[in-house]
Design a protein around this ligand. Structure first.
Ligand SMILES: [Fe+2]
Length: 356
């Protein structure tokens, strides 16, 4: 144990009322909303905190322009582990502490992070059993009926990184994150050591044609009970006028092959990234063997409307176990700056972004 997952995130937003309405409609339980901040708290105890851009509580300098997650706060199980991690970070980057004892630093890729002790709460959650032609665990029962979709946990957070292999290795060195899977040329999935979701963080390669050339927030994913709760949330958000990020392309509901997760994205206002409803992901521990994937095979198991690059009979079943991390080598960065992609990765367009 040690890092248990995302304790909180701080969004910087240009319109606090609009963003507060978005997250309320998304289903996050409201703790408080005022003229200067909004706080939402999930069943796990994780918080989503909205602050106006320029607020003194946000990292300075601002890691990127516009709306998005400016600070990721990782929750640590006890003081001894917090001190151990702070000492490790201090060998490589400047570490500070605020008045509450929270440890702060900026990672080499530009991500501001913080660490604090977190009393993570157990979550109550239930999914409808799935009948098959052979077995009927839901015999003489209908599925669970719900009034609204309520996110229970923060499952993962995603950032663009100018050096995604380096970003993972920094987290591994100091925070003890575990390598889960590698979508070659696209990004690395990694798990906080004190939790079992497939990944707690995913770094997407800034060299991709779809990516900015610097560190930036991409999306945040929330744990839902099952596919029905995901789609109830999707329908309620559409009713209120919020957009599915890529409704006309890769949009609607899909399931990744990497992580097995069902997903549906809603666009955060003001180009502030995406909010993901997320269900039925893989859960795993240190017995997991990491895998390296061709992105076309790994990205989608199926989708409501797959982009062209993910369609067709010519997609090779390309997955190898990668415990020795040989797959990292071609993607290490010797110098900073954007490096042009080659092959199929160079053909990715914005429409493909959320299939990755
Ligand atoms: Fe995601």
């Amino acid at each position: 144990m040690s890092i248990l997952g995302v304790e909180s995130v701080l969004f910087g937003v240009d319109d606090l009322a609009l963003h507060s309405r978005f997250w309320t409609d998304f289903g996050l339980p409201v703790e408080s909303i005022s003229a200067t901040e909004a706080v939402f708290r999930l069943a796990s105890g994780s918080r989503i905190i909205l602050l106006p851009l320029g607020d003194a509580r946000l990292p300075s300098p601002d890691p990127f322009d516009g709306n998005g997650v400016k600070l990721t706060v990782w929750g640590v199980d006890n003081a001894e582990n917090l001190e151990r991690i702070a000492a490790s970070l201090a060998t490589e980057v400047a570490v500070t502490r605020d008045a509450e004892g929270t440890v702060h630093c900026v990672c080499p890729d530009g991500q501001p992070i913080a660490l604090r002790i977190w009393d993570k709460r157990p979550v109550t959650s239930a999914a409808s059993p799935v009948n098959t032609p052979q077995t009927q665990p839901r015999f003489n029962q209908h599925r669970i009926w719900r009034h609204k979709a309520i996110p229970k946990t923060i499952n993962h957070i995603v950032f663009f990184s100018p050096d995604y292999v380096g970003s993972f290795e920094f987290y591994e060195r100091h925070l003890g994150f575990r390598y889960t899977d590698h979508s070659k040329g696209v990004g690395i999935f990694a798990r906080a050591p004190g939790t079992f979701e497939h990944h707690s963080i995913f770094w997407v390669n800034c060299d991709l044609p779809i990516a900015p050339d610097h560190f930036k927030f991409m999306h945040i994913a929330f744990g839902m009970d099952d596919i029905d709760e995901v789609m109830l949330g999707a329908n309620l958000m559409a009713d209120k006028g919020w957009k599915n990020t890529t409704m006309n392309t890769s949009g609607g509901i899909s399931r990744h092959r990497i992580s097995s997760a069902i997903y549906y994205y809603c666009e955060i206002p003001g180009h502030g990234g995406e909010a993901e409803y997320h269900a039925d992901t893989d859960y795993l521990d240190d017995n997991w063997v990491p895998r390296a994937w061709d992105f076309k095979f790994g990205s989608l198991l199926w989708a409501a409307s797959p982009p062209a690059i993910f369609r067709g009979p010519d997609i090779a079943w390309d997955m190898r176990f990668d415990a020795d991390r040989q797959s990292f080598d071609p993607f290490r960065k010797a110098a900073s700056g954007k490096r042009p992609m080659t092959g199929e990765l160079s053909r990715l367009t914005q429409d493909d972004e959320h299939a990755l």
